[in-house]
Design a protein around this ligand. Structure first.
Ligand code: FES
Ligand SMILES: [Fe+2]
Length: 359
């Protein structure tokens, strides 16, 4: 698998940004062991309801804080005390900030050097998201929150867990600039297509007739940072919002989730509406599966042999590199990408599509 250094991403192996790390429905009373960014983590919900994400391994002798379900204190549900967690091996206790504050049977001071890394986590639209930052800084933008998630005339899907792909996320990001795969891969060649870059935001507007649906499809798609894609879609009178969230697990390996929201006519969705929403989510997922099949079997595109009409690939890659480099360099990446870039233009459908953004 190709790695960040093979793509010349920049100083960091893993990017800065908000990333999905778990489906909120997976996190029950027990702590959850997670692996992302080449590291192990322990995720749990404290008794106050606070979400806590710590380095996975205890400073004492390296036991995993969240991966020993058979240990007695795990079986008896005694690992979590308030918003702190005890290691299942010898019971050392760590606070939500990662400080060691109790060692069973030892009266001396707890060693300060035992402190574990503690990471910012938020629950957003049924997903647990962490702020990952190689520089250890505070978030420089917020994760996306769709108003539709809480509106009664929208049906929220459950997350599809698509597992790990043996590819670098760069290959997934390339899809945003890829006007020419829409026909051969998805059966809906675009009539208009453009990208726009605005600091940590990367937009795509496109539309065209989709053969599988026998209808005109318009999409307005955007990344909030490097790992969270949302896409407002209109096919005939159907309105939906697709989610594609992806997070590096190792250098060159990426975990992917998918979801879909569907608008319904009234404020109280019927059983029939719910069945339709499930069916629609499966259809949208199948379209994403067309990309997945390509990614699973392709060679890494370390250098794209891009045509003059495909310069958005280079722009998209430049935009993405801001997250692999110190934030002090972000402005230089923005200066190279900012604004609208329009490889395929047709005015009338483009103007109609702007409705999607006002939704
Ligand atoms: S390894 Fe965690 S308390 Fe000993
Ligand atoms: Fe695609």
């Amino acid at each position: 698998m190709a790695k960040s250094s093979d793509y010349n991403m920049g100083e960091f192996t893993f990017p800065r940004g908000w990333f999905m790390i778990a489906d909120a429905s997976e996190l029950k009373d027990a702590p959850l062991p997670l692996r992302f960014f080449g590291k192990n983590f322990a995720l749990f919900r404290g008794q106050s309801g606070r979400l806590v994400l710590l380095d996975g391994h205890c400073s004492h002798m390296g036991a995993h804080l969240a991966a020993s379900a058979s240990a007695s204190i795990a079986v008896h549900g005694e690992q979590i005390e308030g918003d702190s967690i005890r290691c299942p091996y010898h019971g050392w206790r760590y606070t939500a900030d990662g400080d060691l504050d109790d060692i069973p049977g030892f009266d001396g001071p707890c060693p300060k050097a035992a402190k574990l890394g503690s990471y910012r986590v938020e629950e957003v639209m049924g997903a647990i998201m962490m702020w990952h930052d190689p520089e250890g800084g505070e978030p420089e933008f917020d994760p996306p929150r769709l108003p539709e998630w809480d509106q009664p005339n929208w049906i929220n899907g459950a997350y599809d867990h698509l597992g790990c792909l043996d590819i670098h996320p760069q290959e997934i990001l390339d899809n945003m600039a890829d006007s020419n795969h829409l026909g051969p891969t998805h059966g809906s060649p675009c009539e208009y297509f453009e990208n726009e870059f605005d600091r940590h935001l990367y937009y795509q507007r496109q539309g065209g007739f989709r053969r599988e649906y026998d209808a005109y499809l318009m999409t307005f798609t955007w990344y909030t940072g490097p790992g969270l894609l949302l896409s407002r879609q209109a096919i005939g009178d159907i309105r939906s919002i697709e989610f594609i969230f992806h997070t590096p697990v190792e250098d060159g390996m990426t975990k992917v989730w998918h979801n879909n929201l569907l608008q319904v006519a009234g404020d109280a969705p019927s059983e029939e509406d719910r069945a339709h929403a499930k069916h629609h989510q499966a259809e949208v997922l199948a379209a994403f599966g067309q990309d997945f099949d390509i990614w699973r079997n392709k060679m890494p595109a370390l250098h794209i042999m891009s045509l003059p009409t495909e310069r958005n690939f280079r722009l998209g890659r430049t935009w993405y590199r801001q997250f692999y480099n110190p934030r002090s360099q972000s402005a230089a990446f923005h200066a190279q990408t900012e604004g609208r870039h329009v490889p395929v233009h047709k005015l009338e459908p483009y103007e109609m599509s702007l409705e999607l953004e006002r939704a």
